[in-house]
Design a protein around this ligand. Structure first.
Ligand code: PMP
Length: 433
C-alpha cells in the first residue's frame, strides 16, 4: 500500500478487538487459505456465541410450539418468545408490547403493510412517495399495491453526492400523498437519510410514514415514539440474530384498523365454516407457527448489542468507514458511491470502469480472504441511475478492525493493478443479487 496515505485513526473510538472471540466463525479461513475478513454484513451478519447458545439452548431444553399446548415446554417456549417481543419493544422504544409483530424479515414486514394497509386505504390517484435509493423490498410491494389499487408511485431523486434531494421531496409531498415509504440507511450508498425531518413533514401533509430500518436498526439507535414513525420494518439476521425473523412495528391504532394479511392458525379469535373473527394484536398478523427460535435468538442478539451500545458501535464503524473511504478515494479510476463518511453508516461501495464488480469480489475472496458483495444489491433502479450495472460493497460491523480495512484496500489496489493496465477482462459472471 505504498501509494496510499491514510489519516490517523482515533483508536479510542474503536471497540476492543477481543469481542471477536465471541464470534467463532471469524477464525475460519477462506479462499486460498486466508483468514476470513467478513465485509458482507449489510447482506447478513455473523452471530456471537451468546446467540448460538441461546438458539441451541432452546432446542436442547425448552422447544415446543407456542401458545397452543398446555404443557411445560409449550409454556416455556411461549414465555421465551414473548420475552423476545418485550426486548424488541424496548430496543426500539415502542409504547406497547402488541405493536411488535414478528415476521419473516423486512421484506415480509413491508409486504404486510402494502397488502393490509395498502389494499384497504389506497384509492386510484392516491400517491405513495418512495425514493430512488430503495431496496427492491420497498419498491416491488408498492408497485404491486399500485397495480391493485390504482395508486400512483412517486420517487424522491438524489443529490449529486447520493443523498435524498429534500427540495424535490418538498415538491413531491402533496395532499395526494398517503404514505411516504423510505429507507433509513441505504444498503448501497450507506447514506443516513433525514427521517426525523421526513416524518415531521409527511405528518404535516397528512401522510403516514413507513421506515425501512433494515440497515439502521443494527447500527443506529431508534426510538419509534420520539420519531413518531407509523410503521418500521427490520430483519434479525442483519443485527447478529438468526435469519427467518424480522419485525414490523406499527402504531396500535393503525394495526388495530388494518385487516389481517395472511390467514390461518393463530391469527383468529373464532372460526366458522364461512367466516372468522381475527385475534387481537399482535397475533392478528402472526398467522401459522411463528419464527419461535429465530425470535428468541433475536432477543439474545439485542441483549448483546445493548451490552456494547449502539452509540459505541456507530463510533467504531465511523472510524472504519473514514479509513476505508480515505484510502479507497486515492485509487485512480475508482468511483466511490454515496456521500462523505459523516453522512453514512459503515459501508463503502465502489465501481471501477474497466473492472467488473465480480472480478473484485472473486480476487478479494480468493487471494485476500475478504468477503464483499458484488452486484446490484437489490437496488437495480439506483444502479441504473448511477449509470452502472453493478458495484462492489464492503460493509462493516462491530467485529471488524482497521487492519481488515487495510487488507481490503491492499486487495482492491492489487485488483486494479492486475486487471486495469492491460484492460484485460476475465469472463464475467451474470450480475446477480
Ligand atoms: N431493505 C434494505 C435496505 C435491505 O438492505 C434489505 C436486505 N438487503 C432488505 C430491505 C430486505 O431484508 P430481508 O431480505 O431480510 O427481508
Amino acid at each position: 500500500m505504498s501509494t496510499i496515505e491514510t489519516a490517523a485513526v482515533d483508536r479510542t473510538a474503536l471497540l476492543p478487538a477481543s469481542l471477536r472471540d465471541d464470534f467463532p466463525i471469524l477464525s475460519e479461513q477462506v479462499g486460498d487459505r486466508q483468514p476470513l475478513v467478513f465485509f458482507d454484513n449489510a447482506a447478513s451478519t455473523q452471530r456471537p456465541r451468546q446467540v448460538i447458545d441461546a438458539i441451541s439452548g432452546v432446542y436442547e431444553r425448552t422447544y415446543a410450539n407456542v401458545h397452543r399446548g398446555i404443557h411445560t415446554l409449550s409454556e416455556l417456549s411461549t414465555e421465551q418468545y414473548e420475552r423476545a417481543r418485550t426486548k424488541v419493544q424496548q430496543f426500539i422504544g415502542a409504547a406497547r408490547f402488541h405493536e411488535i409483530v414478528f415476521t419473516q424479515g423486512t421484506t415480509a414486514s413491508i409486504n404486510t403493510v402494502a397488502r393490509s394497509w395498502g389494499d384497504a386505504r389506497l384509492r386510484p390517484g392516491d400517491e405513495v412517495l418512495l425514493s430512488v435509493m430503495e431496496h427492491h423490498s420497498n419498491l416491488v410491494p408498492w408497485q404491486q399495491a399500485a397495480a391493485r389499487t390504482g395508486a400512483v408511485l412517486q420517487h424522491v431523486p438524489l443529490t449529486g453526492d447520493g443523498r435524498l434531494d429534500m427540495d424535490a421531496f418538498d415538491r413531491l409531498l402533496t395532499e395526494r400523498t398517503k404514505l411516504v415509504a423510505v429507507v433509513a440507511v441505504s444498503n448501497t450508498l450507506g447514506t443516513i437519510n433525514p427521517i426525523v425531518e421526513i416524518i415531521a413533514k409527511a405528518h404535516a401533509a397528512g401522510a403516514l410514514v413507513l421506515v425501512d430500518a433494515a440497515q439502521s436498526a443494527p447500527h443506529l439507535p431508534i426510538d419509534v415514539q420520539a420519531l413518531d414513525v407509523d410503521f418500521l420494518a427490520f430483519s434479525g439476521h442483519k443485527m447478529l440474530g438468526p435469519s427467518g425473523v424480522g419485525v414490523l412495528y406499527g402504531k396500535e391504532t393503525l394495526l388495530e384498523a388494518m385487516p389481517p394479511f395472511l390467514g390461518g392458525g393463530s391469527m383468529i379469535n373464532e372460526v366458522r365454516l364461512d367466516r372468522f373473527t381475527p385475534a387481537a394484536l399482535p397475533a392478528k398478523f402472526e398467522a401459522g407457527t411463528p419464527p419461535i427460535v429465530p425470535a428468541i435468538g433475536l432477543g439474545a442478539a439485542i441483549d448483546y448489542l445493548e451490552d456494547i451500545g449502539l452509540g459505541a458501535i456507530h463510533r467504531h464503524e465511523l472510524q472504519l468507514t473514514r479509513h476505508a473511504y480515505a484510502a479507497l478515494s486515492q485509487i485512480e479510476g475508482l468511483r466511490l458511491l454515496g456521500p462523505a463518511p459523516e453522512h453514512r453508516t459503515g459501508l463503502v461501495s465502489f465501481a471501477f470502469e474497466r473492472i467488473h464488480a465480480h472480478e473484485f469480489a472473486q480476487v478479494l475472496n480468493d487471494q485476500f480472504g475478504v468477503a464483499v458483495r458484488a452486484g446490484h444489491h437489490c437496488t437495480q433502479p439506483l444502479h441504473a441511475l448511477l449509470g452502472i450495472a453493478a458495484s462492489t460493497r464492503a460493509s462493516f460491523y462491530l467485529y471488524n478492525t482497521i487492519e481488515e480495512v487495510d487488507r481490503l484496500v491492499e486487495g482492491v489496489l492489487a485488483v486494479t493493478r492486475m486487471f486495469a493496465p492491460k484492460g484485460r477482462q476475465r469472463k464475467r459472471r451474470k450480475p446477480d443479487e
